[in-house]
Design a protein. Structure first.
Length: 361
């Protein structure tokens, strides 16, 4: 057997294990950390700060978030998006509560049952071809109040931007909020790509969240240049309960919380959050414009954020993936998803378009 007790041989490029020239369009989670966020982490790393959120960075984050979403909001930094969604929904539901969501919602498709298994809530999913719920779609599952045999639909969760890359307008969010509140329900928004929505709408964050009637928000940072970290934002604290305790119970309380908060501050104290989102959206628009001139590619959704959805001919996706990583969205329909990030370049997009043209003629 080989001797494993000796020193490990050094890697190339000062410890880098991967080829930094490889690019892809699989996910905006594939990118690294924005240099300005790295600088903020390094600055926050000096000296000691009180743990579990009693640090000056988390205190400052409360102030900055209130500037974006309005006075009185409460912010709870957490590790990841699934944790944020579970916490946010738990805070607006009793144990017998259920959540109406789109069938394509991340909480329904991509969180391995965490809302139901960990959060203890029932998901009532409805079809939404473009990823967007409407009051009429919500009413397909918003019924049965008082029936002890049915999980009680007491919350609705919408995603901004949606898993299909589409974007709710403030009017659409307000219509849902009014509809939901009239039925005694609460409105949660999964804002993993909230910055991309603001960039598309050219509106401040509060215009389609707190001002539009959203009660609790999962605010994403990882997809927009952070190393890790999201936040639960109680936009209407009176509609939520127990977030301080639920965060710990769900293993989402960071002891060194300053490092999550410092990253959010790097994004939100200036315009880095918006610059990065605008750039990612622009790269997706460039890609969408390019493939519209290729007859064999059929886009399937409006490109309103940083994702492009399209149907390819049989076998084309696997061939293209030999050079550029991306995911199938609906394998049976040959629908794929291409995502751009804050670090996607025009050269990246143009190289990918050239590969598509070579493969599809």
């Amino acid at each position: 057997m080989p001797d494993t007790t000796g020193p490990v041989a050094p890697t190339q490029s000062g410890g880098r294990l991967h080829d930094a020239s490889v690019r892809g369009f699989a996910s905006d989670n594939y990118s690294g950390v924005h240099p300005e966020v790295l600088q903020a982490l390094a600055a926050a790393n000096e000296g000691h700060q009180v743990s579990y959120g009693e640090d000056v960075y988390t205190t400052r984050l409360q102030e900055v978030m209130r500037g974006h979403f309005g006075p009185g909001v409460e912010v709870f930094p957490v590790f990841n998006g699934t944790g944020a969604n579970v916490l946010g929904l738990q805070s607006v539901l009793p144990r017998w509560g259920a959540v109406v969501c789109a069938r394509t919602a991340h909480i329904n498709m991509d969180e391995n049952g965490a809302p139901e298994r960990v959060g203890g809530m029932k998901l009532l999913a409805v079809p939404a071809p473009d990823g967007k719920l409407t009051p009429e779609l919500i009413d397909r599952e918003a019924w049965g109040w008082g029936d002890e045999h049915r999980a009680q639909p007491l919350a609705v969760s919408i995603t901004q931007t949606t898993e299909m890359g589409t974007c709710y307008t403030p009017t659409e969010v307000r219509a849902i909020a009014d509809h939901v509140h009239a039925r005694g329900m609460k409105l949660h928004m999964d804002g993993a790509r909230l910055a991309n929505a603001a960039a598309h709408l050219e509106l401040p964050l509060r215009a389609f969240t707190s001002d539009a009637g959203v009660d609790v928000l999962s605010f994403g940072g990882t997809k927009n240049g952070m190393m890790y970290g999201e936040a639960v934002v109680a936009l209407n604290p009176e509609a939520t309960s127990g977030l301080l305790f639920l965060r710990k119970m769900n293993m989402q309380l960071a002891s060194k919380m300053r490092f999550i908060s410092a990253q959010f501050l790097a994004l939100l104290e200036g315009d880095l959050w918006l610059r990065s989102a605008r750039h990612a959206n622009a790269m997706a628009t460039r890609l969408r414009t390019g493939v519209e001139g290729i007859d064999a590619v059929r886009p399937t959704q409006d490109t309103e954020s940083n994702g492009v959805f399209a149907v390819l001919p049989a076998g084309a996706a696997d061939k293209l993936r030999e050079s550029f990583r991306f995911y199938d969205w609906d394998e049976a329909a040959r629908e794929v998803r291409w995502m751009c990030g804050f670090d996607t370049t025009e050269a990246d997009v143009d190289a990918f378009l050239a590969a598509i043209r070579r493969e599809l003629g």
